[in-house]
Ligand binder design. Structure first.
Ligand code: ZN
Ligand code: ZN
Length: 218
């Protein structure tokens, strides 16, 4: 898998510090299960975090933080095979997602959201803020132009889409803030299935409202 778009450093830092909201954290966990460089960066950041918590002597801070190898090489292999499976049309999801949505995208029960767009909200824990859902977009379907009013993370699971920023394929993450407005177009042949997390539920509803608008005529 060639991953061209990664999670921002600031987001990885929040993730490593455990301060990222649950929905966004789920997308980061899924991306780093597919992406070696981001996984290593998180390990480094966790190591620095541990150092700053005073668990090592201050003198060692002047040296580069040691790299923590992934917990277990065997685990890594499992992640890599899950990663490959995730991009097959009938394949499984990235390992961290299996717990949330089951092991197979073809068994997801989609709800129609608008013309050529389906979704499947993913329940978060009780008091978690934000929104996490799978979105399926039909081949060639254009999403309404929208902004993001808060952080939004999109991970492509299958197919691809193109927007003002570039092309996003399997494993790619769009880490967008409120500055960015875009109108993604799903690949003409494969369409696109993504995992989307937003910081605040209300923000995402703006996009849903726009998708539903042509149907309801509101
Ligand atoms: Zn990455
Ligand atoms: Zn968006």
């Amino acid at each position: 898998m060639k991953i061209a778009h990664h999670v921002d450093d600031a987001t990885l830092m929040s993730y490593a510090a455990g301060s990222l909201p649950e929905a966004l954290g789920a997308v980061v966990a899924a991306h780093i299960s597919l992406c070696g460089p981001c996984r290593r960066e998180v390990a480094d950041l966790e190591c620095i975090g541990t150092a700053l918590m005073g668990k090592v002597t201050p003198a060692s801070l002047s040296r580069p933080a040691p790299r923590i190898p992934p917990a277990d090489a065997r685990d890594n292999k499992i992640e890599a095979s899950d990663a490959r499976a995730a991009v097959e049309p009938c394949g499984d999801l990235p390992a961290p997602l299996v717990r949330l949505v089951g092991s197979d995208l073809s068994s997801v029960r989609w709800k129609r959201l608008g013309l050529g767009v389906w979704h499947r909200p993913i329940p978060l824990s009780k008091n978690a803020k934000g929104d996490l859902r799978l979105i399926k977009v039909a081949p060639g379907q254009v999403m309404p132009e929208h902004g993001h009013g808060g952080s939004e993370l999109t991970l492509v699971l299958t197919g691809s889409y193109t927007d003002e920023i570039g092309r996003f394929g399997p494993g790619d993450v769009a880490d967008l803030d409120d500055e960015i407005e875009h109108s993604p177009v799903a690949d003409q042949e494969t369409g696109c299935i993504c995992l989307i997390a937003s910081e605040e539920k209300a923000r995402f509803k703006g996009l849903i409202a726009r998708l539903v608008q042509p149907l309801t005529g509101l």
